[in-house]
Design a protein around this ligand. Structure first.
Ligand SMILES: Nc1ncnc2c1ncn2[C@@H]1O[C@H](COP(=O)(O)OP(=O)(O)OP(=O)(O)O)[C@@H](O)[C@H]1O
Length: 347
């Protein structure tokens, strides 16, 4: 749980300091007032990553050297600073933490729900991979190490494959590492998907109030055995100059009542499924990590009809802290603390 947040040179904010109630808050204001930026800052403070941008530099307020985010969360004072020259630095209770993994291990959990979540159903396989990775990194600290190493090896291996005459011994060394980290990701993602499926079905039934069966099928981009797949695709990857087998080619197929959700489901069903996937993420985090995540809900209510809106609010765990952004609160009947963006004058 987050009890306070302080920002410095973060996106549109020169400086900001606010107290956050235990049950959460609703940030209300017109467009471009910085609502999403506040939720994004919370996500960076807790998980060292943003759902909006993979580059920390983008979050630095223009014409300033770097940003700072700090806050009391889970009973410790956490601080994250970013400057182009120094990169990301972290402190917990004023003590520097060198490794991001250590910072994250002792930190909190997050579920992000945004209005582009529909991409989870309609978008490319990469979006669903990122969804699984965001969950995997939170339930299993080792997952993050394997993911980062896999991504680094993949990049280096692809560079080598672009070479007209790649060195065989170098390629073999990269293949060995790719298999080692790839196998870990494949088996973890497979397990996550098996655990997510029943949670997503339950959430879908709750939010849609219909008996819709949700199916999640994990299709491994490494085939049955990554080492064998690399051998089989050796000629093709030399021709294309890139690695064609491995978890970066994973797919997570989503179905409703047995039919592909991206092709056959209505827009309403797709939106509900996207919400259900996020609710399932929260349920799994709570079960696997034994703690409640913070729910960051960025402007999602405008797209929902009143019945789904209410069903979603009811489906969120009562005890969880929820930070919500919206342009108006007319629809809200819950007694959430409302924070008017205009009142946050220290910008
Ligand atoms: N790095 C940056 N430096 C300075 N300003 C930025 C930076 N990045 C974004 N902004 C500005 O911050 C403002 C707030 O953006 P944000 O997306 O947080 O607003 P919002 O209240 O969520 O808007 P909406 O309701 O339209 O989603 C925008 O005007 C945007 O242009």
């Amino acid at each position: 749980m987050l009890s306070s947040l302080r920002l410095q040179n973060f996106r549109c904010f020169d400086a900001l300091a606010l107290e956050v109630p235990a049950s959460g808050a609703v940030f209300v204001g017109s467009n471009a007032m910085g609502k999403t930026s506040i939720l994004e800052a919370v996500c960076v403070l807790v998980r060292l990553q943003s759902p909006r941008s993979s580059r920390m530099g983008r979050m630095v307020q223009v014409e300033t050297p770097g940003f700072g985010i700090a806050g009391d969360c889970w009973e410790s004072d956490r601080q994250v600073r970013f400057a182009a020259r120094k990169g990301l630095t972290m402190k917990v209770d004023d003590e520097a933490v060198v490794k991001q993994g250590d910072y994250l291990r002792a930190g909190g959990l997050v579920v992000w729900m945004g209005n582009d979540d529909l991409e989870l159903v309609r978008g490319s396989a990469k979006v669903r991979q990122r969804y699984l990775d965001f969950l995997g990194c939170q339930v299993d600290p080792v997952y993050r190490d394997h993911l980062h190493r896999y991504q680094r090896v993949l990049k280096a291996r692809n560079l080598l494959l672009k070479d007209q005459f790649p060195r065989e011994d170098e390629l073999a060394a990269y293949s060995g590492l790719l298999v080692q980290h790839g196998n870990y990701l494949t088996s973890s993602r497979k397990q996550l998907v098996a655990l997510l499926e029943p949670e997503a079905s339950t959430s879908q039934a709750t939010v849609s109030s219909c008996d819709e069966r949700v199916g999640l099928e994990y299709v491994a981009g490494s085939g049955d055995d990554l080492a064998a797949s690399l051998e089989m695709t050796a000629e093709r990857e030399r021709r294309l100059g890139q690695t064609v087998a491995g978890p970066h080619r994973d797919e997570l197929r989503l179905t409703i009542n047995g039919m592909a959700a991206n092709d056959f489901a209505s827009e309403g069903q797709q939106r509900t499924l996207a919400l259900s996937m996020k609710l399932a993420q929260g349920e799994l985090l709570q079960k696997q990590a034994g703690r409640l995540p913070i729910y960051l809900l960025d402007d999602i209510f405008g797209e929902l009809d009143p019945s789904r809106r209410n069903a979603l609010m009811a489906a969120l765990p009562k005890q969880a802290q929820k930070l919500i952004t919206t342009t108006n609160v007319d629809w809200m009947d819950d007694d959430f603390a409302v924070i008017e963006m205009q009142s946050l004058v220290a910008r």
